[in-house]
Write a new protein. Structure first.
Length: 178
């Protein structure tokens, strides 16, 4: 059996009920075979970059996975499709967007997948939630570079102190909530 790898996934949505969409995507990721949700950030609201439409709701999750990076990407794309994701043009508003940010220490550059994510260092809506749950993955200089981007913390996905509360997002028992 493949050894587990720590990966970070960015979640975003700005169509329909984006809070519910991001929450459901967290639940769906956690339900996949070969994936354990280890941690999740708070939710953030950000203005669209290089496009129009409503503000986005964003978060980042840390997962432990036995899936290969391409298999994880495929599973993420299936979750996007189930959420009604369409790709009519680049940066179009969306019901759900899942991006594989980091996959262990892997550096991948293929036609289908680039890891680390090629634009993650340009986006406050990725760096702030990633910094919240994995500060070792983000430098002060990287945060400084995106400080002018409009972003606001809007709160935790899971209410209360119990990480397995009514939100139903299973975390690994040894992890702490974000």
């Amino acid at each position: 059996m493949r050894e587990s790898v720590t990966a970070y996934v960015a979640l975003g949505a700005n169509l329909g009920d984006p809070v519910a969409g991001v929450h459901k995507a967290m639940v769906d990721l956690a339900a996949l075979d070969g994936i354990t949700l280890q941690n999740r950030s708070s939710l953030y609201r950000s203005a669209p970059l290089a496009s129009g439409g409503p503000d986005y709701i964003n978060a980042v999750v840390e997962v432990s996975t036995r899936l290969s990076a391409p298999a994880l990407l495929s599973a993420m794309q299936q979750i996007e499709q189930q959420a009604g994701r369409e790709r009519p043009y680049p940066n179009a508003p969306r019901t759900l967007d899942l991006d594989l940010l980091i996959y262990g220490s892997a550096s991948i550059d293929s036609a289908a997948l680039v890891v680390p994510h090629p634009r993650m260092l340009e986006r406050a809506f990725v760096l702030l939630p990633l910094f919240e749950i994995a500060p070792q993955c983000v430098t002060a200089a990287q945060l400084q570079a995106v400080k002018t981007q409009a972003i606001a913390l809007i709160g935790n996905v899971i209410s209360g102190s119990d990480p397995q509360s009514s939100a139903g997002i299973p975390l690994d028992p040894g992890s702490s909530p974000g």
